[in-house]
Design a protein around this ligand. Structure first.
Ligand SMILES: [Zn+2]
Length: 339
């Protein structure tokens, strides 16, 4: 065990700060925040994830074990998941302001049902996406321009190693190809006023509006599911959709944010999601008990992986064929720019 840091000791109940510079009300709020955090971390550990802990610093909202490996896309990804990952790569990769804010994109893409259902984790971003791409033709036109721009300088000869190494270009080409093979596919962006995590919003929209698309399995995109979402899918008996080729479920941290990362746990506990410092002791206990029960019910091995603002563009190719078509052939995908 690491020894307590001076900061932690100063904040503990038997070593209150000497100078009364903190108003009692504010200190009460901070204590409540601490109670919430400690209760959630304890619940995760008692539920069975015994080596998970709160991230460094009082402001950390993460619960996860130390030294988690990078997330890699599963080799079990099917056409829907690969297409969705390509979509996340294109939308987030060409909109750096979304990337910086930690926005993620998840989707289900169905050839059989001629539709992509996509969501980001906030409604403002979703509304912009829906306006920009009212249909897949608008998306395809954007992709074509992007591809043509990337390919504007032809390689000296043969296929280009530079292009072969350009994951984002390769994914854009594959997505363009998918749209080519699925003319008339609809593009649905979910309504996500409650800022649910994207994979949850996609699943709820499919349940309500396109239940036949359930056969495509899980949503995929820019991140592995966080642990709050993993628990939600497990409660619904759907966690097996998230198993990777080694039978594990890759999971990001549990984010201790009542209105976002833990929204579904608050709902299951029948507690209105609110800032930790506004919760009653009773509400905190209800949520913690729910977390502990939900964690203890996970029968599939959780594979903790990294997930964070600066890494939320897909980091591994989705097993796309790493040979980019040569320059001439590549132009079949895009509109050539004027010289
Ligand atoms: Zn989540």
């Amino acid at each position: 065990m690491r020894s307590r840091s001076p900061t932690l000791a100063a904040g503990s109940s038997n070593a209150l700060p000497k100078a009364p510079t903190v108003a009692p009300k504010a200190r009460g709020a901070a204590d409540m925040d601490k109670k919430f955090r400690n209760s959630v971390v304890d619940a995760v550990q008692q539920g069975g994830l015994s080596d998970w802990k709160a991230g460094e610093g009082a402001a950390s909202i993460r619960v996860e074990p130390d030294n988690v490996p990078a997330w890699e896309h599963s080799k079990l990804d099917g056409e829907s998941q690969r297409t969705s990952t390509r979509l996340a790569s294109f939308v987030l990769g060409t909109n750096p302001e979304l990337h910086k804010k930690g926005t993620e994109l998840q989707a289900v893409a169905s050839s059989q049902h001629g539709r992509i259902v996509a969501s980001m984790n906030n409604q403002a971003a979703n509304a912009k996406l829906a306006t920009r791409y009212p249909d897949t033709t608008a998306l395809k036109n954007d992709l074509g321009k992007y591809i043509a721009t990337q390919l504007k300088t032809p390689p000296a000869q043969g296929s280009s190693a530079q292009h072969n190494e350009n994951d984002q270009l390769r994914r854009a080409q594959e997505l363009y190809s998918w749209l080519d093979k699925n003319p008339g596919a609809k593009f649905t962006v979910t309504e996500n006023e409650e800022a649910r995590h994207a994979e949850v919003s996609v699943r709820l929209t499919i349940d309500a509006q396109y239940p036949d698309m359930r056969s495509e399995g899980r949503a995929a995109g820019s991140k592995p599911p966080c642990t709050g979402c993993v628990l939600w899918f497990n409660e619904r008996g759907e966690l097996s959709e998230y198993r990777d080729d080694q039978g594990r479920v890759p999971a990001g941290p549990l984010f201790m944010t009542p209105k976002s990362g833990m929204r579904t746990q608050f709902e299951a506990a029948k507690v209105k999601p609110d800032k930790a410092n506004r919760l009653s002791n009773q509400d905190i206990d209800k949520v913690a008990r729910t977390v502990q029960t939900q964690v203890s019910k996970v029968a599939t091995q959780i594979h903790p992986v990294s997930s964070g603002n600066i890494h939320n563009i897909p980091r591994s190719p989705t097993d796309d064929d790493p040979t980019t078509p040569d320059y001439e052939r590549a132009f079949e995908f895009g509109n050539k720019l004027p010289d």
